[in-house]
Write a new protein. Structure first.
Length: 413
């Protein structure tokens, strides 16, 4: 029984010891994070993401006379894959011919009808003028007969002579009137023929224009280069099924890779800092180990609402100084626009600054202990802040708050 009691007591002690070991609260010492006060040039930057594009490019365009033939838009039926390298004259795209083919058929029908009308008008005019000429010949014969009758009535009674004179005068007037009417009818016939001829020529020109424009529905490269699809206003790419309009007939572009740019959009909060010719750094996301330099070339004056963004943004273009074969249009970039540089200043990480009411201070190592010292701050960027007064180069400051921070007295300037 005694042994059994000892065994149970030992087991109980082991259980209690185990529970104490696993459930006890461990105290961890907080290791302070310290950094030195740095001295040098302090940069204030705006960070944005962007997309590469060529500064100069040649547009691959569709038919330029769509409006002239009454076609307002055309759909892309076939399109060469983006990124294809083409030579001048190579096929790039084909537009859907359904609409323009229907218009050509309509013009053919109108042309046949008008040509028939032209022939009918020409025949009617010919017959009308022939009848008028025959009438003139008959009237001329009547005049000559009346003249002969008058000559033969010289020895007739005065009444007979007078009647012959009247008949001659009437025949002459009828002939003169018919001659005048013939001239008017001839002019009318010419006017009718000119009118229908003008209509026919105009319709033929429209028909020929349609045929000529339809030939341009096969689109070829104007020069050698890499085909890059055109972008819509919302950033989506053109492709099969997209529409080109009579006002903007660009299908794709052939960029010049010698000078590249990054098109980016800056938030309305930061746009006031951005100016033309400010230096910038550009990193292509596909090659993060490479950094390119550049400068701001364009800053939009009017903001816009981009898809999936709540705030208004302003378009900014950055021209890249270097040229590299790895850069291709539509590659995404990370851009750093350096908006301001303060030379020969002291600065520390923002995490090292603390505030109490209107006083800013830091926790600083000094004399083997931590002190709380007031500082005067200046400009800041996303990670660091300038120290105007209170510290000197090389001072070690704490980024973490000491455990006894409330007991550390404040050293004011």
């Amino acid at each position: 029984m005694k042994y059994k009691k000892f065994i149970l007591t030992g087991i109980g002690l082991l259980i209690v010891g185990g529970l104490w070991y696993f459930l006890r609260e461990e105290s961890y010492a907080v290791e302070p994070i310290r950094v030195p006060v740095l001295h040098g040039d302090f940069e204030v930057s705006v960070y944005t993401s962007g997309e590469l594009e060529a500064k100069n490019s040649e547009n691959i365009v569709g038919p330029s006379r769509l409006r002239q033939v009454g076609v307002h838009s055309a759909q892309i039926a076939e399109l060469i894959p983006e990124g294809t390298v083409v030579e001048a004259g190579d096929w790039v795209a084909t537009l859907d011919r359904t609409d323009i083919s229907n218009r050509i058929l309509d013009r053919e029908t109108e042309l046949e009808r008008l040509e028939t009308s032209y022939i009918q008008t020409k025949l009617d005019t010919t017959m009308d003028l022939r009848n008028a000429r025959n009438e003139l010949i008959n009237l001329q014969f009547n005049y000559e007969e009346a003249k002969i009758t008058l000559e033969q009535s010289q020895y007739e009674p005065p009444a007979t002579i007078r009647q012959a004179e009247i008949n001659l005068e009437k025949a002459g007037r009828a002939y003169d009137q018919a001659l005048h009417n013939y001239e008017l009818r001839r002019q009318q016939a010419e006017a009718r023929m000119q009118e229908i001829t003008a209509q026919l020529n105009q319709l033929r020109r429209r028909y020929n224009d349609l045929l000529s424009v339809m030939e341009e529905f096969e689109i070829f490269a104007p020069m050698s280069g890499m085909v890059i699809y055109r972008r819509n206003w919302d950033g989506t790419r053109f492709g099969v099924g997209s529409q080109i309009s009579a006002w903007d007939n660009t299908v794709a572009t052939l960029p010049d890779f010698s000078v590249m740019m990054s098109r980016t959009y800056v938030n309305e909060i930061d746009i006031s800092k951005v100016r033309i010719n400010q230096p910038a750094e550009v990193v292509v996301d596909a090659f993060p180990e490479l950094t390119f330099t550049g400068f701001v070339t364009e800053v939009a004056n009017i903001g816009e609402q981009r898809p999936n963004q709540d705030a208004r943004v302003f378009e900014v273009k950055i021209q890249i100084n270097e040229s590299d074969t790895i850069m291709r249009p539509a590659m995404t970039t990370k851009n750093t626009i350096i908006t301001h540089v303060e030379e020969d200043v002291l600065y520390i990480p923002i995490e090292g600054i603390h505030a109490n009411d209107t006083i800013s201070y830091v926790y600083m190592d000094g004399g083997g202990r931590v002190s709380r010292k007031q500082v005067i701050t200046g400009m800041r960027n996303d990670n660091q802040i300038i120290i105007r007064e209170g510290l000197k180069k090389g001072d070690m400051i704490h980024l973490t708050v000491p455990p006894d921070a409330d007991d550390i007295p404040l050293i004011t300037l």
